[in-house]
Design a protein around this ligand. Structure first.
Ligand SMILES: Cc1cc2nc3c(=O)[nH]c(=O)nc-3n(C[C@H](O)[C@H](O)[C@H](O)COP(=O)(O)O)c2cc1C
Length: 153
């Protein structure tokens, strides 16, 4: 079974989550700027993750996915994750409200993956950081591995 984990990361937190997921799935996590189109062929399972920045995935992840030809992921099981900030750590009430309502990268990634023909193996999942640059909340690496094992088959 060919499985791939693709991620982007600015401060390194999403990279850690991606590596934990990849280890659970017995595969590698590849940063988005190192992915070539050939790696996205003949997959059984594709997992894609990004930090949530401005309510959406990074430009690198969005571009890679949007550029995929239509039906490129037909027959592929897909899953999306993001990292996001713990709401309670945001001091400004107005900003907290915006972040809460603004949406998260995993939902956008999942939608694009489905648009390209992928079949969602599980709903998008978010993993938490406790500050803008991290660190990850306790136990998120373990939770990520558990999340992956559930849809691994
Ligand atoms: C410019 C910027 C925008 C952000 N926007 C959001 C957001 O909309 N929602 C959210 O939950 N977290 C937001 N965050 C926090 C990021 O999710 C956090 O930096 C990220 O999870 C860290 O992952 P990384 O270490 O892989 O870059 C933002 C952070 C930055 C720096």
């Amino acid at each position: 079974m060919k499985t791939l984990v693709i991620y982007d990361s600015v401060f390194g937190n999403t990279e850690k989550i991606a590596q934990s997921i990849a280890a659970a799935l017995d595969t590698n996590a590849i940063p988005v700027d190192k992915v070539d189109a050939g790696q996205l062929r003949d997959l059984n399972l594709l997992v894609v993750g990004s930090p949530t920045r401005g309510f959406r995935p990074t430009e690198g992840i969005s571009k890679l996915l949007n550029r995929l030809p239509k039906n490129n992921l037909a027959g592929v099981r897909v899953a999306a994750f993001d990292t996001r900030i713990v709401l309670e750590t945001i001091d400004s009430k107005a900003l907290r409200f915006l972040v809460d309502k603004g949406g998260y990268a995993a939902n956008t990634i999942a939608k694009i993956l489905e648009k390209k023909g992928g079949r969602l193996a599980t709903p998008g999942e978010g993993f938490f950081v406790t500050g803008e640059q991290g660190p990850l909340k306790d136990s998120e690496l373990e939770r990520a591995a558990e999340w992956a094992r559930k849809f691994q088959l």
